[in-house]
Design a protein around this ligand. Structure first.
Ligand code: 5GP
Ligand code: MN
Length: 339
């Protein structure tokens, strides 16, 4: 952040603070937001975390998660929190369109906005930007900000667990190229502050319901399509499938990685049918940018190797369109063993 002194001034006295996260918030968005909320609350600020919609049940253990205001479920409460706020933080997203209707409420306020984010191509809407694409996770940026602000004393075991969860998941369990020396150093510090890494890993990755496990089995055997010759694999999931396996929020998270894990696949996609749209997840290995792909064709974006988007067409039409695009980009999608 270039204007750190002004940021310090902004928080010099107790403030009413709203912290918003992106739609379908993940462990990074919520972990970063809840840790920040606790850090600020300990300094006398009045904080509210506002989410555009609901969050996965496997994050229920995070400190303060029960107080998160879900805009879809409690619009009046969310509007009040945004309307009253004297400072609005935007975590793990960099364009107010990412939070839908909630973004319009945020944009309509005149109070200072603080963006903390690590996605590509920000829309510069915020007065304070703590933004870096070098960061593997927004939780890492919250930690770095805490160092600069002398806030480490407010990070206890529970806050450290929240930040660790964000880092662990956004680096794909320390496997993606965003796993830097610095992020390992941050994790070492978080462990020093009390983070219980094995507990968090168990809570996030190994707390499946039987239904979820059976859903994964079904998806891998019935809903996985491998286009071997072009290095692409995709998974799709209908509303009917989700009903059959009683899919909960978060149950489909990470499934796209199974498709990407196939040898010689350079891009994977997952199409999840919702009531009003098709939600799409993209992953890639190497230089093929799914951020650009999602941004150009599916009204989305994200990172070079992990991005998301949406389609208003039917599931079938969306997949047909995707296949045509794959054909168009097949030269760039060729597997390169050196990458
Ligand atoms: P996921 O596939 O796990 O939902 O998202 C992968 C990455 O892309 C995340 O960093 C997420 O924030 C971003 N992302 C997901 N959906 C969208 C979208 O619709 N628009 C934009 N700009 N980014 C998205
Ligand atoms: Mn993130």
């Amino acid at each position: 952040m270039t204007n750190l002194e002004a940021f310090k001034q902004l928080l010099a006295g107790p403030r009413k603070v709203a912290i918003t996260v992106h739609t379908n918030p993940d462990a990074d968005a919520l972990g970063a937001a809840l840790a920040l909320s606790s850090i600020l609350a300990q300094q006398g600020h009045q904080t509210n975390v506002v989410s555009p919609n609901s969050y996965p049940v496997f994050l229920h253990w995070m400190k303060g998660i029960k107080q998160v205001i879900d805009y879809e479920k409690k619009p009046a409460r969310a509007e009040q929190a945004i309307g009253e706020a004297e400072v609005i933080f935007c975590l793990d997203f960099n364009d107010l369109e990412r939070i839908g209707e909630l973004g319009k409420l945020v944009a309509a306020t005149s109070v200072p906005k603080v963006m903390i984010d690590h996605h590509l191509e920000p829309d510069h809407f915020a007065d304070f930007e703590f933004w870096s694409i070098e960061a593997g996770a927004t939780a890492e940026l919250v930690y770095d900000l805490a160092v600069q602000m002398d806030w480490l004393k407010y990070i206890g075991p529970e806050e450290a667990d929240c930040l660790y969860a964000g880092i662990m998941t956004d680096t794909g369990g320390f496997r993606h190229p965003n796993t830097t020396r610095h992020i390992h150093e941050v994790v070492a510090e978080l462990i020093g502050l009390g983070a219980q890494t094995a507990r968090v890993a168990k809570l996030v990755y190994d707390t499946n319901t039987e239904n979820r496990l059976r859903l994964i089995g079904f998806v891998l055997s019935q809903r996985l399509v491998v286009m071997k010759e072009v290095g692409v694999a995709y998974i799709y999931l209908t509303l009917e499938d989700q009903k059959k396996f009683k899919a909960q929020k978060g149950d489909t998270e990470g499934l796209v990685n199974y498709a990407l894990s196939i040898a010689n696949i350079t891009m994977a996609a997952m199409f999840t049918e919702a009531e009003d749209m098709i939600k799409i997840s993209f992953r890639s290995v190497g230089s093929f940018s799914v951020n650009e792909f999602a941004r150009k064709y599916f009204n989305g974006g994200g990172h070079n190797n992990a991005a998301g988007g949406r389609s208003e067409e039917s599931l079938q039409d969306t997949i047909e369109y995707f296949k045509k695009l794959v054909e168009k980009h097949k030269d760039e999608l060729k597997y390169d063993p050196n990458e």
